[in-house]
Ligand binder design. Structure first.
Ligand code: DX5
Ligand code: ZN
Length: 226
């Protein structure tokens, strides 16, 4: 059976008390902190950089999953690694040299991944699977929290699952399959059934007063899917 990981996105947290928000979701049963970096260039919104990653780092031992929605990518990689990131993912369209950027992330000691927008083909994975620790399928267009899940993403999750299983059966290792955007209690089972193992949820968790209740409800749905 696959391990399931829940990754609350800080995008919907209270930015006036981020350290507390990090501690609270982990205490409520979350596994990973999803950290959305937007640059008002690759995506039409602006969020946080390495300084804020460094500030939240002492508040948890959970992995920090840095989702870079920035262009260019490379100069930020060592900065986020130094700021305590565990996983760094980026959008292939935002890098001129995808293999080089993946190598840079690995050299900096982090796990590396590619992120696929709804219209981005999975063929970007063709020649770099050996450098990939995570595939992130976007189920919304990146830039904002609180958008609706695009149902077509499920097909892509299934296709990504197949690629990962084929690759790891042959070469070993572990590649996580994460889904980001519009994931809620009422659709998380379908996302898991399509093959995902790591679930980003921003508004679904931080938009509710009781984080523990939402995360428990998500885990109950995941148990059904398994
Ligand atoms: C969108 C971000 C997501 C977003 C998810 O660009 O990458 O991580 O915060 O938020 P919800 O779960 O509200 O769709
Ligand atoms: Zn994200």
């Amino acid at each position: 059976m696959r391990d399931f990981r829940i990754a609350p996105s800080l995008l919907s947290a209270d930015f006036a008390c981020l350290g507390q928000e990090v501690r609270d979701v982990i205490a409520a049963g979350a596994d990973i902190i999803h950290f959305d970096v937007m640059d008002n260039h690759y995506v039409p919104n602006l969020t946080v950089g390495p300084l804020v990653c460094e500030a939240i780092r002492p508040h948890t031992q959970a992995p920090i999953d840095v989702h870079l929605m920035v262009k260019p990518v490379d100069s930020l990689v060592p900065m986020f690694a130094k700021a305590g990131a565990d996983i760094i993912t980026f959008h292939p369209e935002a890098s001129e040299h995808i293999d080089r950027t993946l190598g840079l992330i690995k050299e900096s000691g982090c796990k590396a991944g590619l992120v696929f927008n709804p219209a981005t083909p999975l063929s970007y994975l063709d020649h770099v699977m050996d450098k990939i620790d995570m595939v992130l399928i976007m189920s919304v267009n990146p830039g904002f929290g609180g958008q609706s899940f695009i149902p077509h993403a499920l097909e892509k999750v299934r296709a990504a699952r197949q690629r990962i299983d084929e690759y790891t059966a042959k070469h070993g290792g572990e590649i996580w399959l994460e889904v980001d955007g519009g994931v809620k209690v009422d659709n998380i089972a379908a996302v898991a059934a399509a093959g995902a193992d790591t679930f980003v949820a921003g508004s679904a968790i931080y938009g509710q007063p009781d984080y523990q209740a939402v995360i428990a409800a998500m885990r109950a749905e995941l148990a059904k899917a398994a």
